[in-house]
Design a protein. Structure first.
Length: 403
């Protein structure tokens, strides 16, 4: 009798925690996740893939309608605003039409021929200036759209030892990033993403979180580090990096995805859901940390899965893993850790991970007047069939494009 009373109140307690966690959880979808993508060996065109910025906003709006948790869409400047600030009005119109806002602004310093030997770390001052101009324009786009984060991924690096000065390139990057930071307003932030390899295969100028943290510090107080989960060597303890960035108040956000081998950009949680649970746990266990300071973003490209299905699946999976992390009883865990009751601590941690939170997510969606089964709702809505019919011919003709 007493057990059942206890378990009812336990369930209520769990539900309260999960509802509170989900109410505060938002995740940004990438515009490029709706477009045709592929590998360096080729692209497989999908009939329903978005080939214009309007279609990307339409798709992002639909993901948000289905999940209620994805109100912003990350924009890649070259792909989504090819005319720079001149495209801001178009974006504003799309925001109003589809009910989702522009999220992080991602400058593109990796596609133009002039960046063959680097952008902000290029030995040629003229090229560095062109890169800075693009960054400054991205800052202006952010201001005009009221978007908080300018999110930088610098693809610079070299392929052969001795072919470039690693040290001088650090100085050049410091200069450009500081100038970019100086141009931001008080509400803007700069996120510095790191990646150890690809496209460069000997050295990458911003290869890990230490380098990103240093550059962020030199740039200024509103520059933070962005952790893309796919940008680590195998075996790296990513949640430990997250803990250090939280401790040093320099965690700006995430690009979530999963991988088996390299930067595979697979659906988050598809290969190792426990890892994302552990990352979320570092955040929810940090006293005073609110998710407002951390930009949760998806950075995935689904070459084989349907784009819309994959994106809805990703948002839902992120919610499930966040909810599971929120279930860890922090007080009890701390007590067990302090007494070094190792197995009990681990079991408490693991039990939260193994809890099936899906019934509670359904209850939360019902309470918030959202579709109770977002993936099912996507299927029955006919949205994918409709966009496939509308966009199919154009997609076949285009052969697929990231823009
Ligand atoms: C680089 C990266 C970066 C880019 C995106 C398209 O691998 O993660 O964030 O902007 O992919
Ligand atoms: Mn990324
Ligand atoms: Mn990547």
């Amino acid at each position: 009798m007493s057990t059942s009373i206890a378990s009812t109140s336990d369930l209520q307690h769990q539900q309260e925690r999960i509802f509170a966690a989900l109410d505060g959880f938002r995740i940004e979808v990438p515009s490029w996740g709706f477009a045709n993508t592929g590998t360096r060996f080729g692209k497989f065109v999908q009939a329903g893939a978005a080939t214009s910025i309007a279609e990307k906003f339409a798709d992002a709006g639909e993901v948000n309608r289905l999940t209620g948790a994805a109100p912003t869409v990350a924009l890649h400047v070259l792909w989504d605003l090819p005319n720079g600030t001149a495209d801001v009005e178009t974006i504003r119109g799309l925001e109003a039409e589809y009910g989702v806002k522009a999220g992080s602004i991602n400058p593109n310093l990796f596609q133009s021929q002039e960046y063959k030997f680097g952008s902000i770390a290029n030995p040629d001052a003229g090229v560095r200036k062109a890169a800075l101009d693009h960054l400054l324009e991205s800052v202006e786009i952010g201001k005009a759209l009221g978007s908080r984060d300018v999110s930088l991924w610098i693809a610079d690096g070299s392929n052969y030892p001795g072919s470039q000065s690693i040290r001088r390139r650090i100085e050049w990057m410091e200069e450009v990033l500081k100038a970019t930071h100086d141009a931001m307003n008080e509400t803007q932030r700069m996120l510095v993403e790191y990646k150890p390899f690809e496209p460069a295969f000997y050295h990458t100028d911003i290869a890990d979180w230490g380098m990103a943290l240093h550059l962020a510090r030199v740039a200024g107080p509103r520059a933070k580090v962005l952790v893309d989960t796919g940008h680590h060597y195998q075996g790296t303890n990513i949640e430990q990096i997250v803990a250090w960035l939280l401790h040093t108040e320099s965690l700006g956000g995430f690009h979530f995805n999963d991988r088996k081998y390299a930067d595979d950009d697979l659906t988050l949680g598809s290969i190792d859901p426990y890892q994302l649970f552990r990352i979320f746990h570092e955040i929810v266990s940090t006293p005073g940390e609110t998710t407002d300071n951390i930009a949760y973003m998806i950075d995935q490209s689904h070459n084989l899965k349907g784009k819309m299905e994959a994106m809805v699946q990703s948002v839902v999976t992120a919610q499930e893993l966040f909810a599971r992390a929120a279930l860890v009883d922090q007080e009890a865990l701390t007590a067990l850790q302090d007494e070094c009751r190792l197995v009990e601590a681990e079991e408490l941690f693991r039990s939260a991970f193994w809890t099936d939170v899906r019934p509670m997510l359904r209850a939360w969606r019902k309470a918030r007047s959202l579709p109770v089964e977002p993936l099912q709702e996507l299927r029955t809505s006919g949205y994918v069939e409709r966009i496939s019919a509308e966009r199919g011919a154009r997609n076949q003709a285009s052969g697929g494009s990231y823009a």
